[in-house]
Ligand binder design. Structure first.
Ligand SMILES: Nc1ncnc2c1ncn2[C@@H]1O[C@H](COP(=O)(O)OP(=O)(O)O)[C@@H](O)[C@H]1O
Ligand SMILES: [Mg+2]
Length: 319
């Protein structure tokens, strides 16, 4: 549904997006991750046809967004960064305006409003003016606008930004529900959202894609991913080291000994986390008669992976 090919955006001498390519299929929820200033919003603005790319192209549902913008834009629902709404309209008035803009009139318009009001939990504020809404309601009003025409493609720029944990949870549930039959791309810098919602994630840094994979593939890039650790009481550390060394990568067992308690870590031959190595370690420990506890497999922490492959934001720099 979304094909992004070799996308480039220059702002004067500054390259904000540098040869970004990816696709999003129907039924897929792509998380777009990256530090502030990485180029997420700029990429999304080009996908939605808000401004043209310097180079490259975007195809949505078979239509080039710049050469054939109207049929492409019909397929897209867009929640821009910081969820802008017309503040002097009521929620109903704003959604009616959005519906009219999408060609929905009369009963079709009112049916569409009723549908999105239900989905986004807006009943209690329907006749309230947008400028009196709390941030969560304003955000959901803008989200409701983006889905008023039930588009097959959703482009959501930080849909959970500024919401409280309950509201974040509601939005994630909504995204998962939509994700069953739509193509969704949403940006975030909240890593737990990637696990909670995404089928795939792209990490972008300084305008370039630096990682593209499922959440578990990204976690597997962690240096400790797949390792198994345990605490052993009252055994000799060289014995523990040599026995465990036969299970994982030979010679790569780390052992620390603190007041008679050994913490050992075994590195796997392959990094897939499937419980096999943990089982083998448990069996070995039982066979050897070790007193042990806290046996666990490290799945890899996304925030460490993110930090390792992205560099600090330097957008404030003069270059
Ligand atoms: N209209 C603009 N004019 C000049 N520079 C811009 C403009 N929009 C974005 N930028 C710059 O492009 C880079 C990427 O910004 P942006 O896409 O907003 O990043 P993100 O959404 O990942 O935080 C930043 O360095 C930003 O300052
Ligand atoms: Mg942004």
């Amino acid at each position: 549904m979304i094909t992004v090919e070799d996308l480039v955006k220059d702002f004067g001498p500054k390259r904000a997006v540098n040869r970004v390519s990816f696709t999003v299929q129907r039924g897929e929820i792509l998380g777009f991750l990256g530090p502030n200033g990485a180029g997420k919003s700029t990429t999304m603005r080009m996908i939605t046809g808000f401004f043209p790319p310097t180079e490259g192209r975007v195809v949505v549902g078979g239509h080039d967004v710049n050469e054939d913008p109207i049929p492409a834009k019909r397929l897209i629902g867009y929640l821009p960064e910081s969820a802008p709404c017309y503040s002097d309209m009521t929620v109903h008035g704003f959604l009616a305006f959005a519906a009219e803009m999408r060609g929905l009139h009369g009963t079709a318009r009112e049916d569409a409003i009723r549908r999105v009001v239900g989905l986004c939990f807006l009943d209690s504020v329907l006749h309230q003016s947008v400028d009196t809404l709390s941030k969560g309601f304003r955000h959901r009003t803008c989200l409701a606008q983006s889905i008023i025409h039930d588009p097959p493609v959703l482009v959501l720029d930080e849909p959970t930004d500024g919401l409280d944990p309950n509201q974040k949870h509601e939005i994630r549930q909504l995204l998962k529900r939509f994700g069953k039959d739509k193509a969704i791309i949403f940006s975030t810098h909240i890593l737990e959202e990637v696990d909670a919602v995404c089928s795939r994630a792209i990490i972008i840094d300084r305008g370039q894609v630096v990682a593209n994979g499922t959440p578990s593939e990204l976690r597997a890039r962690h240096e400790l991913a797949g390792t198994v650790s345990l605490r052993v009481h009252g055994a000799a550390s060289d014995v523990v080291r040599s026995r465990l060394g036969s299970l994982g990568v030979a010679g790569k067992v780390t052992v620390s000994n603190d007041a008679g308690v050994i913490v050992a870590r075994v590195f796997p031959r392959d990094k897939t986390v499937n419980g096999e190595l943990a089982r083998a370690v448990a069996e070995m420990a039982a066979r050897e008669g070790w007193r042990f506890d806290d046996l666990r497999t490290e799945e890899g922490r996304l925030d460490d992976v993110f930090r390792n492959i992205t560099r600090p934001d330097t957008t404030a720099r003069a270059d």
